[in-house]
Write a protein that binds this ligand. Structure first.
Ligand SMILES: *Cc1c(COP(=O)(O)O)cnc(C)c1O
Length: 233
């Protein structure tokens, strides 16, 4: 383990407390925000320790690493999230095992996923990744393309559109990320009206800004480093 079991438990408790208080500040129930523990920098030992502490949602940004971990942790109550950018040639592999794909951002990728998702017993849940801040180093579709991409997902019988995901710019920690999160929520609200479908999930917020994200309506926060820090922040 890269941190002691006691430290991991304390970090998790701290993140959950902060998350619950932030949800309440945003006028939301604490259960409305789910913690996705991002385990890309740690191994199975940490995953098992978090699972023992009651964590049921885990995130990985690589298909192969995620599948190794999900195969090792045999608990049907656990949901694995593929949170990272997904290459089209990995689409076939990504449809197996993951409960939700957060990084769907292009027409070509949607097409590739739709072609392979029939191999699953149930439709594959996806989020569209939107690049709100327009940073060109980042992945994600521009907001103007969101409606067309959403329509493409809705037209694919074996895909299920659950909402939107974004990443705030890395230099916009905490409060500075608020306009990005707010814009994603407003885009989601407009798309729901325009398309006439519910888009319940908003995946936004990481270690540096998950409290602001929870205040602004996040339903999924993706937190890694705050859980594995050697000392409490
Ligand atoms: C790594 C990663 C996270 C978690 O980041 P931390 O700063 O460690 O909390 C969240 N989302 C994505 C897409 C990531 O790749």
């Amino acid at each position: 383990m890269i941190v002691s079991a006691a430290r991991l438990a304390a970090n998790l408790h701290d993140v959950r407390e902060k998350l619950a208080r932030a949800a309440e500040r945003g006028g939301r129930a604490p259960e409305a925000v789910r913690l996705v523990a991002v385990t890309k920098t740690v191994g199975l030992e940490e995953v098992r320790a978090l699972h023992d502490l009651g964590v049921t949602d885990f995130g990985e940004n690589r298909v192969a690493a995620g599948q190794e971990k999900l195969a090792a942790l045999a608990d049907p109550a656990v949901r694995w999230h593929l949170i990272g950018h997904l290459q089209r040639n990995k689409a076939a592999k990504a449809v197996a095992g993951f409960a939700l794909l957060h990084g769907v951002e292009s027409s070509g990728l949607i097409e590739a996923l739709a072609r392979r998702a029939g191999e699953r017993p149930d439709p594959l849940p996806v989020l569209l990744e939107i690049n709100i801040s327009g940073e060109d180093s980042k992945y994600g579709a521009p907001p103007e393309e969101a409606a067309a991409l959403a329509r493409q997902v809705l037209a694919a019988a074996n895909l299920r559109l659950e909402g939107l995901m974004t990443m705030a710019p890395l230099d916009a920690a905490g409060e500075a990320a608020r306009p990005v999160f707010r814009a994603l929520r407003e885009l989601r609200d407009r798309l729901q009206d325009e398309l006439g479908v519910p888009l319940p999930e908003l995946s936004m917020g990481m270690s540096q800004d998950f409290e602001v994200a929870a205040e602004e309506g996040a339903t999924l926060v993706r937190v890694g480093s705050a859980l594995f820090a050697a000392a409490q922040a």
